[in-house]
Design a protein around this ligand. Structure first.
Ligand code: PGA
Length: 261
């Protein structure tokens, strides 16, 4: 695979200032390993209040990305409690997660709203990580493909395929998030290949280049099997991103795979 692996940690609403600092320090230290830096990009998405200090801590080691977990669909103004994409870019974020299933379900975010956020992130010069995925009921009733394509289409049809040259897609089956039930490598590969095929219909070049992550209960002991799949380019990790050792073991699976060629 010519695409570089990306392992992204979504800390969600976890950690304290001190825990964030300690976790980041351990990750930065591990990233001194040239094999790690060569084969796997690391990204952390801490809660908003800790972003600036994590970015300061990273200093010039910009091999390690920092991203927001969400942003507003508005550019600025009277939107109490919201954080704009421009603000995230201003403090040095490079990525923003949009359309995470927790946002779609707990805050009823529509695919249209997710598309607006995607556009805001790109307009601010950052890379959106667009999350898509089916629920348990949708999988059980054979609607996985339709659901994933519909979420992808809502963005693709409006922003155009070339916007995906500066985006990451994360396939996250809702039933696998935080449940300990991960998709098997084959189940994940089927959906990843579906996503890439859809992009390929619009542009072979973008399809070959776009990073498609898997998310949903990724841990050190299932990462290798997932990363072996031809269309899986890394992971969006929730729970296992909160302990440096667990997160780094996931990243090391990429290094092992690259070393094996
Ligand atoms: P999990 O979360 O790894 O805890 O399942 C993944 C995610 O929500 O991105």
């Amino acid at each position: 695979m010519s695409r570089k692996y990306l392992v992204a940690g979504n800390w969600k609403m976890n950690s304290s200032r001190e825990e964030a600092r300690a976790l980041m320090a351990e990750l930065l230290e591990a990233y001194q390993d040239p094999d790690m830096a060569a084969h796997c990009d690391l990204l952390v998405c801490p809660p908003y209040p800790y972003l600036a200090s994590v970015i300061e801590q990273r200093a010039d080691q910009d091999v390690m990305g920092v991203g927001g977990q969400d942003c507003s669909a508005h550019s600025k103004g009277a939107f109490t409690g919201e954080v704009s994409a421009q603000m995230l870019a201003d403090i040095g974020c490079q990525y923003v997660i949009v359309g995470h299933s927790e946002r779609r379900s707990y805050w009823s975010e529509s695919s249209d709203l997710v598309r607006e956020k995607f556009e805001r992130v790109q307009a601010s010069g950052m890379v959106p990580i667009l999350c898509v995925g089916e629920t348990q009921a949708e999988r059980a009733s054979g609607q996985t493909e339709a659901r994933v394509l519909e979420q992808l289409e809502a963005v693709l049809s409006r922003v155009g395929v070339h916007a995906f040259a500066r985006a990451v897609i994360a396939y996250e089956p809702v039933w696998a998030i935080g449940t300990g039930l991960n998709a098997t490598p084959q189940q994940a590969q089927e959906v990843h290949s579906l996503i890439r095929r859809r992009i390929r219909e619009e542009s072979v070049e973008v399809a070959d280049a776009v990073t498609v992550l898997y998310g949903g209960s990724v841990k050190a002991d299932n990462a290798y099997g997932l990363f072996e799949q031809p269309d899986i380019d890394g992971a969006l990790v929730g729970g296992a991103s909160l302990k440096a050792n667990d997160f780094l073991r996931i990243a090391r699976a990429c290094v092992e795979l690259k070393a094996e060629g």
